[in-house]
Design a protein around this ligand. Structure first.
Ligand code: URA
Length: 237
């Protein structure tokens, strides 16, 4: 792997901003392959060097992956001049990493949202070609029955002629259902349910593939994804 500067190595890991990282290095808190290094411009191979900060080993990762429990009222975007975005919810050190949301949840939709700086990963999660299942918990007005579930399974055609892939509708009770889709058309779940006379009043994404939103992750909070979590994204629930 190409060599990079030690201050960039630390800031890419989210330790702190670049100039703060330089201060940390100059203060002698960082060792590379066992030796104290105080020059921020020192070059190292991130995949091979053993770097410690205050004696703690740092683990290099080329890409970063997080899940967020997105609250309602926040845009799924990296920036917006007027409205709060999911990036605004990140702690300062993560805002510099170049993370972006994987796919889009509407402003009023809550629940599981992935953030990464890995474009290939994002493509595999979003692209209908990979058919990753996204499951939503929907509150609706009106009543749904097995005929609606059959129509979902068949593949709905929306009012404007948009053809949807076969999807799963599980009726939980009066006004509540689970919808599982493998694509992400504009307002897809809302439009699918509205087309069956059941307009959505609240929507929450519960899972992506076999990765579920942990119940203990509070709205607006973030958790890093480990390797097992990343595998779950591409597994069937
Ligand atoms: N479908 C919708 O209609 N809205 C979302 O936010 C996600 C899926």
């Amino acid at each position: 792997m190409d060599k990079i500067r030690l201050d960039k190595y630390l800031s890419d890991l989210g330790t702190a901003g670049r100039s703060e990282c330089r201060k940390i290095i100059r203060s002698g808190r960082v060792r590379v392959d066992g030796a104290a290094v105080t020059a921020p411009e020192t070059k190292l191979d991130p995949s091979a060097a053993v770097v410690t900060l205050d004696g703690e080993r740092l683990v290099w990762a080329e890409h970063h992956y997080y899940m967020m429990n997105k609250p309602a009222g926040v845009l799924t975007a990296t920036e917006d001049r007027r409205q709060k975005t999911v990036l605004d919810l990140l702690p300062e050190e993560l805002r510099r990493m170049g993370l972006f949301p994987v796919g889009r949840l509407d402003r009023d939709t809550r629940g599981l949202l992935l953030l990464t700086d890995d474009g290939d990963f994002a493509h595999r999660v979003i692209s209908p070609k990979f058919a990753v299942e996204k499951m939503y918990d929907a509150s609706v007005e009106g009543t749904l029955d097995e005929r609606d579930a059959a129509a979902f399974a068949e593949g709905l055609v929306l009012g404007d002629g948009t053809k949807c892939r076969p999807a799963r509708l599980e009726i939980l009770g009066e006004g509540r259902c689970l919808v599982t889709v493998t694509e992400g058309k504009y307002h897809q779940v809302k439009r699918m349910l509205a087309s069956r006379g059941a307009p959505v009043t609240a929507l929450k994404r519960l899972s992506i593939g076999a990765l579920r939103l942990p119940e203990e992750l509070a709205e607006g909070d973030l958790a890093p994804l480990g390797e097992e979590d990343l595998c779950r994204v591409f597994m069937v629930r």
